[in-house]
Design a protein around this ligand. Structure first.
Ligand SMILES: *Cc1c(COP(=O)(O)O)cnc(C)c1O
Length: 370
């Protein structure tokens, strides 16, 4: 049996007629960039999150960068981020001329370690970017308390956590602003690139609305750096349709995850952690084992596609030899990257496929009887 890592065809096949009708309406209106569908999508996504403002942008990286700029973060400033994350979290900080300060992650949740944040705070610290990694919300209550104490902005990197809930609130509404990505493989993915900033802060929302569109508050009056970080109408139209299914799709991901987690108990791999405070949306289903590479080879030989998110922590990425960065010891981030393995996870994954993957993992590592 072949089990793909993701399936980007099925969700669109089921919605094909609806999507094509929406695209035809855009061809007729010809409002291709920041059109009616972008405005409607912003309103619907804000409502979905339970946030006041949502501003559509070109990508998740653009969303992170614009959040930092809206808080006036730049050269001389430090921004605290986890060492174990996708490179864009760090890249956004470097893009605005600030210095990423890396903090180790918790070895159980893989999210930023709050005690580590406090140790990393310096007089130059201006913001924290917690990442809700793999779809599990970070420990936001503790992070917000720390941020209040040290007067820091908190920008959620919610690029993997569309729809995830922490203490009865969706991610995106837990910090001062949040960045979402609609890269095709994300829980809510477009047919191209896209992103969104979500915030409850009117000043931040207005600045980002201007910055994404050539820095204009009013037409032909360019007050901010003239970026082109606009969202196009075709993406927004597709994402509006898919947003209506996001909760169901996240539910299906959770069911798949429960099957995996139950069946993998007693195997040689450690399933991901859960938290009673949160609803995990399993953007990725990541297990951990010291025999990661040979398990991965075995699964590949059995037809099971896997991936590694991510094989190197930020400070070991070659680019950051050339860019300013600050960090102390990062033992967990350095160990995890050699032991984590992302198993196939998407809403449409069949019970048979999950059973097959589980069987393969058990065949690689049969339960040892004492
Ligand atoms: C995908 C992702 C981003 C960047 O999003 P793009 O739309 O690809 O720019 C940022 N942070 C994390 C954690 C991501 O997973």
């Amino acid at each position: 049996m072949n089990v793909p890592f993701v399936d980007l065809k099925k969700p669109h096949a089921e919605l094909r007629t609806e999507i094509l009708e929406a695209f035809e309406r855009i061809l007729d209106r010809a409002d291709f960039v920041l059109g009616q569908d972008v405005t409607a999508f912003e309103e619907e996504f804000a409502a979905f999150c339970g946030a006041e403002h949502a501003i559509g942008v070109a990508s998740g990286l653009a969303a992170l960068e614009l959040c930092l700029r809206a808080f006036d973060i730049g050269p001389g400033d430090e921004v605290i981020i986890p060492a174990h994350t996708f490179v864009a979290t760090a890249a956004a900080v470097t893009l605005v001329g600030a210095t990423p300060v890396l903090v180790d992650v918790d070895p159980i949740t893989y999210n930023i370690d709050v005690a580590g944040i406090e140790r990393a705070i310096s007089p130059r610290s201006r913001a924290i970017i917690p990442v809700h990694l793999y779809g599990l919300p970070a420990d936001m209550e503790a992070i917000m308390a720390l941020a209040a104490r040290y007067n820091l902005a908190v920008i959620e990197d919610a690029c993997q956590s569309h729809g995830a809930v922490y203490k009865n609130r969706r991610t995106g509404t837990l910090g001062h602003a949040a960045a979402f990505s609609f890269y095709p493989t994300k829980n809510l993915g477009g047919c191209g690139d896209g992103g969104m900033v979500v915030t409850g802060d009117k000043r931040v929302a207005e600045a980002i609305r201007a910055m994404r569109n050539c820095g204009q508050k009013a037409k032909n009056k360019h007050e901010f750096f003239p970026h082109n970080y606009r969202l196009d109408s075709l993406q927004a139209a597709l994402l509006r349709i898919k947003l209506r299914h996001l909760d169901d799709w996240n539910h299906a991901r959770r069911q798949a995850a429960e099957r995996y987690t139950t069946a993998l108990a007693g195997s040689s791999v450690a399933p991901p952690s859960q938290s009673p405070d949160s609803t995990h949306v399993y953007h990725l289903y990541v297990v951990r084992t010291a025999q990661r590479d040979s398990l991965r080879d075995f699964l590949k030989a059995q037809g099971v596609a896997t991936a590694i998110h991510y094989p190197l922590p930020i400070h070991q990425q070659p680019f950051f030899n050339k860019a300013p960065i600050r960090y102390d010891a990062l033992p967990h981030s350095e160990t995890i990257c050699n032991e984590i393995l992302s198993l196939p996870m998407f809403p449409e994954i069949s019970e048979d496929a999950i059973a097959y993957v589980i069987d393969c993992v058990h065949r690689y590592s049969p339960v040892r009887t004492p």
